[in-house]
Write a protein that binds this ligand. Structure first.
Ligand code: CP3
Length: 338
């Protein structure tokens, strides 16, 4: 069994399993070659042969301990009928969505038909490698993109409507919870060995709303998945959630939490359940810098995680400008940890 999956079964290792968020894509020249074959980014996400090829590229090049499905968190709004596009260098653009009329705009009528190529990608990857991590965005992070229409500095438009129409916003989160659970269940049925839930903008949720807007919807997804797959490895990544990482780690039922670079490891390690696997949390810019800062960063994570099961990863995704030699160096240094 792979080191990555063995960790979830209770095995411990001197040198931790490693993979990187956003390891497939942007930073790899072989990805950019494949990307040219498709007009749009979403076309690539919905082309099983090409998406499978891109999923495998970082495994072939670096020998990471897990592959992550090549797809995007925004395939869910797309499959629900909100138009999604990616303009080069500008990030995602979504067609306007009014919270008060979301039930008239969005529907499940083409959901599985639209997402079928994603499940086919999983089957193709699994014929070649294991383990494979499937994923989705969380209800909160997806809701922000869907109501804002793009990624902005503070998601001000989306948050304002959430506060003003709180009851409808809760109904919207419940609707997304259902969509996400269905998408994740299908990913596992297709062969995904583990799931990561990306709550990339958890840091934009005010503490007073974390219970309602983050913890409860996340717990509902975990419960839906565990009902069907009781031992499924589940990683939650509530980026920027601050001290609420403790309630997230204790209460929602995930097997692992991924920590952003701002979380002090000693504190997290002391206060989170001993059985909970931790993942993270090297600053992606330390990997860009390389050299001594990289060596010190790795060593300090290893010390901070001492005595508990952990997965080496970044505090957020690999940046496009990351030198490939630094990724290689990082793998070498992590493999040499004792
Ligand atoms: O390697 C992997 O992690 C697998 C593939 C993956 C992508 N997106 C491919 C992608 C994963 C896991 C994601 C998740 C994702 N998508 C998140 C959560 C993780 C995070 O970084 O916080 C978010 C917020 C998105 C939404 C999204 N997709 C944005 C904001 C952008 C544009 C900016 C950017 O990051 O490049 C994307 C596009 C995107 N998703 C690209 C890739 C490879 C770049 C498209 C291209 O340039 O070809």
């Amino acid at each position: 069994m792979s080191k990555f999956l063995a960790l979830f079964e209770g095995d411990t290792f001197q040198s931790p399993p490693l993979w990187f968020m956003r390891q497939a894509g942007r930073s790899l020249p072989e990805y950019r070659e494949v990307r040219k074959k498709c007009t749009t980014f979403l076309d690539l996400c919905y082309s099983p042969e090409l998406a499978a090829k891109v999923t495998l590229q970082p495994i072939d090049r670096f020998g990471f301990d897990a592959a992550i499905l090549f797809s995007d968190i925004l395939v869910i709004p797309d499959a629900l009928g909100q138009h999604v596009s990616f303009e080069d260098g500008k990030g995602p653009r979504l067609s306007p969505l009014s919270l008060s009329s979301f039930q008239r705009t969005l529907s499940f009528s083409h959901f599985f038909e639209k997402l079928a190529p994603v499940y086919e990608t999983i089957r193709l990857v699994k014929a070649k490698t294991s383990p494979l991590i499937g994923f989705s965005g969380s209800p909160w992070t997806l809701a922000l993109y869907m109501l804002e229409g793009e990624g902005t500095r503070d998601f001000g438009k989306a948050k304002q409507v959430a506060f003003s129409e709180e009851a409808t916003f809760s109904t919207f989160l419940t609707f997304l919870t259902e969509a996400i659970s269905l998408h994740l269940i299908e990913q596992v049925r297709a062969g995904a060995d583990a799931i990561q839930l990306f709550d990339s903008w958890a840091g934009h949720c005010p503490a007073a709303y974390v219970q309602k807007w983050i913890l409860e919807p996340t717990k509902a997804i975990v419960t839906a998945l565990r009902k069907e797959f009781p031992t499924l490895p589940l990683i939650g990544f509530p980026k920027g959630i601050g001290a609420n990482i403790l309630s997230y780690g204790r209460d929602v039922g995930v097997s692992a939490v991924s920590l952003d670079a701002g979380v002090p490891l000693g504190w997290a390690s002391e206060n989170l359940p001993k059985s909970l696997i931790l993942q993270g949390n090297l600053d992606p810019l330390v990997l860009v810098a390389g050299g001594e800062p990289l060596k010190r960063g790795i060593e300090s994570i290893h010390q901070g995680m001492k005595g508990r099961p952990y997965i080496f990863n970044l505090g957020h995704g690999v940046l496009p400008q990351t030198p490939l030699t630094h990724l290689e160096e990082c793998v070498k240094l992590v493999r040499a940890l004792a």
